[in-house]
Design a binder for this molecule. Structure first.
Ligand code: PGA
Length: 249
């Protein structure tokens, strides 16, 4: 059985000091939790905390991931962080194309594809976020939106056999407490799986993100092709995160 992937997306919610405090206060529990072969645990703090958390958690099985990666390889791109730097900071995963990056920083589908490509070349597993807005959901255009978002990613990664993770995060479910119906998720996952099976030659996983919590996690059981969860708000509190992991694995 493949382990269930639990990705904590801390966004800009914890400072470096708070990130270090979290890992030191829960070090032993993180060590035990991450040693469970039924799960893969990834923590994505903000950029300046990557290196220090990687060093702190070196004796555990916790993976460190970034929240974003530049679509460029290197060069005069003030404020951006390359896949190569993420590699050197100890990242084995990186989120790309999160809807907040698409919305606030103008990240395009092609940027996401380019970033995913650089990550794969650096042997970092990209966690590629896709998802429709509330309006697109209501207009029944979700599938074409997802295809449009995935298209450049799958064409650039055509010749790589590196592992990738697709995070389906409907924008209307992020931070709202609302989660999609089980049937809807099953259909969406089937659709994404079909696209991936057809095109991607390496291993792939699909995770769900958007208001995953102790209360909602049970609803995601029995969805075919669901390999894990991308968790925002509820990952900031260790007890809540631990509960989600134990209920969702
Ligand atoms: P949420 O965020 O769990 O707080 O809804 C998920 C995400 O944005 O990745």
């Amino acid at each position: 059985m493949q382990p269930t992937l639990f990705i904590a997306n801390w966004k800009m919610q914890k400072s470096v000091t708070q990130s270090v405090e979290f890992c030191s206060a829960h070090f032993e529990s993180l060590k035990v939790l991450s040693a469970d072969t039924a799960i893969d645990l990834v923590i994505c703090p903000s950029f300046p905390a990557l290196l220090i958390l990687n060093e702190m958690l070196a004796d555990t099985m916790v993976h460190i991931g970034a929240q974003h990666c530049s679509p460029h390889e290197s060069g005069a791109y003030t404020g951006q962080v390359s896949a190569e730097s993420l590699k050197e900071a100890g990242c084995t995963y990186s989120i790309v194309g999160h809807s907040e990056q698409r919305m606030y920083n103008g990240v395009t589908d092609q940027d996401v594809a380019n970033a995913a490509n650089h990550l794969c070349q650096n042997k970092i597993e990209p966690i590629i976020c896709i998802g429709e807005t509330k309006q697109e959901f209501e207009n029944n255009t979700a599938f074409s939106v997802l295809e449009k978002q995935l298209d450049p990613v799958l064409s650039i990664l055509k010749n790589t056999n590196q592992p990738i993770t697709i995070a389906y995060e409907p924008v209307w479910a992020i931070g709202t407490g609302t989660v999609p119906e089980n049937d809807y998720l099953t259909t969406v996952f089937k659709h994404i799986s079909a696209l991936l099976t057809k095109v991607h030659s390496g291993p792939w996983r699909i995770v769900y993100g958007g208001s995953v919590s102790e209360e909602t996690i049970a609803a995601f059981k029995n969805i075919p092709a669901l390999s894990g969860f991308l968790i925002g708000g509820a990952s900031l509190d260790f007890k809540k995160f631990e509960k989600i992991v134990s209920l969702g694995k």
